[in-house]
Write a protein that binds this ligand. Structure first.
Ligand SMILES: [Zn+2]
Length: 92
């Protein structure tokens, strides 16, 4: 199945780019779902205006979108080496 739902988080970087990870709960990936529970993003999939931590804002914005721009720390999902990850991104 290639049409499994993707996380609904939309980066406020350009307002259109969506997170590339699969849905975990409430239409969000596991990582963004945690951010939702912490009130850092809205149920509509946007970054919360009330989040004032600039580092955290950037981290949320880029997760699943521009992973190379995020400082990977402990607890982050391991980056696949080569092409061991079956979840390859399609074009378009
Ligand atoms: Zn996500």
């Amino acid at each position: 199945m290639r049409d499994s739902p993707r996380c609904r988080y939309i980066s406020s970087y350009d307002g259109v780019t969506r997170c590339c990870h699969h849905v975990h709960a409430q239409a969000f990936c596991r990582w963004h779902y945690q951010a939702l529970l912490q009130g850092e993003i809205t149920e509509e999939g946007y970054l919360s205006d009330s989040l004032s931590d600039q580092v955290r804002r950037r981290e949320i914005n880029y997760f699943g979108i521009h992973p190379e721009a995020v400082l990977v720390g402990p607890g982050s999902e391991p980056l696949p080496e080569g092409h061991g990850d079956p979840d390859t991104r399609g074009r378009g």
